[in-house]
Design a protein around this ligand. Structure first.
Ligand SMILES: NC(=O)c1ccc[n+]([C@@H]2O[C@H](COP(=O)([O-])OP(=O)(O)OC[C@H]3O[C@@H](n4cnc5c(N)ncnc54)[C@H](OP(=O)(O)O)[C@@H]3O)[C@@H](O)[C@H]2O)c1
Length: 409
């Protein structure tokens, strides 16, 4: 008996293998040329229709390989059970993706086919080749009835959402290592409808974002900074609090990878940021400031006046306003007093923590949250770890529907 894992139906679905004649198979190196000449994931992933088509092609390849094996080598003693181990990610299967997976019996052995206590249903029975008496399966596009609906179930309820022009998504993914695609996949088109809001913190091994005296330059290394810029390029808008502007005067532009700059959003209820701050720079990108104070802002900056209750604005209010602009992939870049309320209000889908190998010893942390008395009261998100090369991203899913986008692909 052999258990064989066929992994080409896993992410990133590019480059895809093509079936070759059995007698050309040799030691498998024939597939190397297919890998080299195949599509790069970055060319496929910005386009949800292309990702879905490639997913389907990968399934066709797997089923084609299995059915070809049965046809060529199978006899009445062969029992082949094909089990899908889990549904694909929500951008393929939809956010309400079923947990069920297809089980296929490709056996010609009558004892297995007719075994009633295995509870086969019609949809799980192989399609027989009546003339030969042997069984085979067809590519999904040619499968009739229940078999087809099993394969296609995930695609039918996947929904679409407005997308940026394809090029805007392809550019930041150029040269990306395929193992990092699940990290950015939630930002790509059509993963979900509605807003997708995530926080990003860059910190040391001991959870600091700066020294006590405020030196924050160089906490993240080159890989961490490129990751941050890639996130900006894939986001519609980036939010920072006024403390960050006063301290760092960030540009919030995309410089360490290709891609479009996000809309810059500043939360400054008391109008403390100077009009010379780089977040307001007139560089063709939309700039939005949330403030209560009657402070005049540079021409072209959208000022949204909000009431502040007890010194706080409910983070959901920012998200709702940005959604009205059509901005729904939103990165909250910090600092701690901006990100903390988003997290404790349940306004984040995900939290990304980039950890760099340095130990600062003392200094501020990247999240300001209310104290919890016991560890059993703390947040324990479902986390996936990504190796950036010298630095690491901990990708925390904060809502049930987000769990598994990355790690069960
Ligand atoms: N390592 C990283 O990833 C990273 C990223 C960004 C920033 N940082 C660091 O973070 C530090 C700044 O953080 P910070 O916590 O001091 O400041 P901050 O979070 O940047 O800004 C906080 C201020 O923004 C306003 N604000 C934010 N959310 C609000 C809300 N929901 N309601 C009302 N007002 C709100 C308030 O302004 P008022 O005070 O006027 O009420 C608040 O005090 C800097 O040292 C910077 O270097 C690190």
């Amino acid at each position: 008996m052999a258990e064989i894992a066929l992994i080409s139906s896993h992410l990133p679905w590019a480059p895809l293998p093509r079936l070759v004649p059995w007698h050309d198979l040799g030691d498998g190196t024939i597939f190397n040329a297919q890998v080299e000449s195949g599509e790069h994931p970055a060319a496929v992933w910005p386009d949800i229709a292309a990702v879905r088509a490639n997913y389907l092609t990968s399934i066709e390849y797997v089923l084609g390989a299995l059915s070809s094996y049965v046809e060529r080598f199978g006899d009445d003693r062969l029992v082949m059970i094909v089990v899908g181990d889990h549904p694909p990610i929500p951008m393929i299967a939809g956010s309400e993706r079923p947990r069920t997976v297809p089980v296929r019996n490709l056996s010609a052995a009558p004892a297995v086919l007719n075994a009633t206590d295995w509870n086969w249903t019609d949809g799980m029975r192989p399609i027989r080749m009546l003339q030969s008496g042997r069984c085979r399966i067809l590519p999904p596009s040619r499968l009739p009835g229940p078999n087809k609906s099993l394969i296609m179930a995930g695609l039918a309820d996947a929904h679409t959402m407005p997308v940026k022009p394809r090029g805007d998504f392809a550019a930041p993914l150029q040269g990306l290592a395929p193992h990092l695609l699940p990290l950015y996949a939630p930002l790509l088109p059509a993963v979900r409808g509605g807003s997708f809001v995530f926080g990003q913190v860059g910190q040391s091994l001991d959870g600091r974002i700066a020294t006590r005296s405020g030196d924050a330059k160089g906490v993240s290394g080159a890989a961490g900074i490129q990751h941050l810029h890639r996130l900006r390029a894939l986001s519609d808008a980036v939010i920072v609090g006024v403390g960050t502007v006063l301290h760092d005067d960030p540009r919030l532009t995309v410089r360490e990878c290709d891609g479009a700059d996000p809309v810059r959003v500043l939360i400054d209820p008391n109008g403390r940021a100077p009009n010379t701050a780089r977040v307001f720079a007139a560089d063709g990108v939309r700039r939005i400031v949330f403030q209560r104070a009657d402070v005049k802002r540079p021409a072209g900056v959208d000022v949204i006046r909000l009431d502040v209750q007890d010194g706080r604005i409910d983070p959901q209010v920012f998200i709702t306003h940005l959604a009205a602009y059509g901005l729904d992939r939103i990165m909250v870049e910090g600092g701690a007093r901006t990100l903390g309320p988003f997290l404790s209000a349940g306004a984040l889908n995900r939290l990304l923590v980039t950890v760099s190998p340095l130990i600062i010893g003392d200094g501020p942390s990247g999240l300001s949250l209310p104290e919890v008395p016991n560890l059993c009261d703390c947040l324990r998100p479902d986390a996936t770890f990504f190796d950036l090369g010298g630095e690491m991203v901990v990708d925390c899913a904060l809502r049930d529907q987000d769990i598994g986008i990355a790690n069960r692909s």
